[in-house]
Design a protein around this ligand. Structure first.
Ligand code: IPM
Ligand code: MG
Length: 372
């Protein structure tokens, strides 16, 4: 029996190709693992009305970790699903499987390291090394949304909220409501994870990202909790910034930042910005981490226009595999993988198109594997 069971979820488009690349390096490392394929993606939505079928959920309940490629997410409304013969009458609405997976398995930490590897021509500046902790289960991603708005909800809001009077006389199909729900527990555990990481890896500072000056209830709660948690880590400097100002400051002086922690949507935004500063889509790696399960992925999408071309940069996924090794406790393997990846980047001989080369996806993985 293998030491680890790993769910292997390629998904759609280039997700399949980048996972193939990750497999090359994991095999070269001789990780003692059994890889079990799981169905996920657009194809299963079209065929079965579920992009994340129950059998894949069952699989995830029985593995140590998972590698996930990418999926095509399209904003499909119930009305559109009704046009698909197989789905007619099911009253379905498409929800992103990765968002569902994060919530279903309580993968509350979204960890996104953004490091400028020396020699990467796509680095915005050298030596950037920022780690984003994004809350991964609540906030505007909670899926509590209404369009059109039910009369009962409009009635309650009319009764309870003064600012709502602007909308209360409007026809119910003239506006939509998406709720942002943030809990004390959810906020506390992500902030704590960020500070614990800072302590463990000798990071100097944790910056709380929010918009508490306007979004008072939810972001106010997040920020208040963050300040409380920070007191338990007196050796680590804490500061905070509004999400809008944060994007400017991060660009202006990335060296002022170390660990960032944010509610879900702001974390989504700021992690894309930070990833772009260290090379863009080909370098953004992501870990969705819970108590029992962790799912690692590149933060890019399925890139349908490149699908089947084996053209995209697999480094984000290879770095996600490195994160998985760390999470499994295979620290030495993780270090070797990162070192080999950094060497290939620095040498600059084998590069995908985004880095100015014309090598294919799997050639990058092979070049990295050769150094392992
Ligand atoms: C990410 C992506 C997802 C998100 C999409 C694909 C639903 O942007 O992982 O950052 O918004 O979380
Ligand atoms: Mg994103």
């Amino acid at each position: 029996m293998s030491k680890y069971k790993i769910a292997w979820l390629p998904g759609d488009g280039v997700g399949i190709e980048v996972l193939e690349a990750a497999k090359i390096v994991l095999d070269k490392l001789n990780l003692d693992a059994e890889y079990i394929h799981g169905d996920i993606g657009w194809e299963f939505w079209c065929k079965e009305g579920d992009a994340f079928p129950q059998r894949t959920i069952d699989l995830l309940n029985n593995v140590d970790a998972a590698m996930f490629g990418a999926i095509t997410s399209k904003p499909v409304k119930t009305a559109e699903a009704e046009l698909v013969p197989e789905l007619k009458g099911m009253g379905l609405i498409y929800r992103s499987p990765i968002v569902r997976m994060r919530q279903l398995f309580n993968l509350y930490i979204c960890l996104r390291p953004c490091k400028a590897y020396p020699g990467n021509p796509l680095n915005f500046k050298e030596n950037i090394d920022i780690v984003v902790f994004r809350e991964n289960t609540e906030d505007l991603y909670c899926g509590v949304e209404f369009n059109p708005v039910p009369q009962e909800l409009a009635d309650v809001l009319t009764k309870l909220s003064k600012p709502f009077s602007v909308f209360s006389k409007m026809p119910l199909d003239e506006y939509a409501v998406s709720t942002k729900i943030n809990t004390k527990k959810g906020s506390e555990r992500i902030v704590r994870a960020a500070f614990e990481f800072a302590r463990k890896f000798n990071r100097k500072k944790v910056t709380i990202v929010h918009k508490a000056n306007v979004v008072r209830a939810t972001d106010g709660l997040f920020f208040d909790i963050a300040k409380e948690v920070a007191k338990e880590f007196p050796e680590i400097q804490m500061d905070d910034a509004n999400i809008d100002a944060m994007t400017m400051w991060l660009l202006k002086n990335p060296y002022n930042y170390d660990v960032l922690v944010a509610p879900n949507l702001y974390g989504d935004i700021i992690s894309d910005l930070a990833a772009q500063m260290v090379g863009g889509l080909g370098f953004g790696c992501s870990g969705n981490i819970g108590e029992k399960l962790a799912v690692f992925e590149p933060s890019h999408g399925s890139a349908p226009k490149y699908s089947g071309m084996y053209k995209v940069n697999p480094i984000a996924t290879i770095l996600a595999a490195k994160m998985m090794l760390d999470w499994l406790g295979e620290k030495e393997m993780g270090e070797r993988l990162e070192k080999a990846t950094a060497e290939v980047i620095a040498e600059g001989k084998i590069r995908t198109y985004d880095m100015g080369g014309n090598n294919k996806t799997l050639e990058i993985a092979e070049a990295i594997a050769e150094k392992l």
